[in-house]
Design a protein around this ligand. Structure first.
Ligand code: SF4
Ligand code: F3S
Length: 117
């Protein structure tokens, strides 16, 4: 069991989630964060921290949705740098406009973010 970052994080990327994870298993992309499912201890602490409700338990997803987000989180966590400290100045200035927009997954960038500096 793990928690997963899902579609509404894309282009919102508030980063509040990374501050509370006890095992530091968030990884930063250009416009999205990923959880490493192999490192997540399923504690659930991050879920209420996300202002746009992008973090869910894998048990809340099913079928192709579960498979898609499990793969995105797993693959991107391997490619991207670890992030444990939020950078409020790097939250996208238009994050509020992207909250809840449909079909954001096609905008997910596979480029890495800065990670902890
Ligand atoms: Fe970290 Fe817990 Fe969230 Fe998993 S559920 S990513 S261990 S805070
Ligand atoms: Fe994304 Fe929410 Fe974290 S928008 S970066 S999952 S606080």
């Amino acid at each position: 069991m793990t928690y997963l970052v899902t579609e509404n994080c894309i282009k919102c990327k508030h980063m509040d989630c990374v501050e509370v994870c006890p095992v530091d298993c968030f990884y930063e992309g250009e416009n999205f964060l990923a959880i490493n499912p192999d490192e997540c201890t399923d504690c659930g602490v991050c879920e209420p921290e996300c202002p746009v409700d992008a973090i869910v338990s894998d048990g809340a997803l099913e079928g192709t949705e579960l498979a898609y987000w499990m793969k995105v989180n797993t693959d991107m966590a391997e490619k991207w740098p670890n992030i444990t400290t939020a950078r409020p100045s790097d939250v996208p200035p238009d994050a509020a406009e992207w909250d809840g927009k449909p079909n954001k997954r096609e905008l997910l960038s596979e480029n890495p973010g800065k990670g902890d500096e």
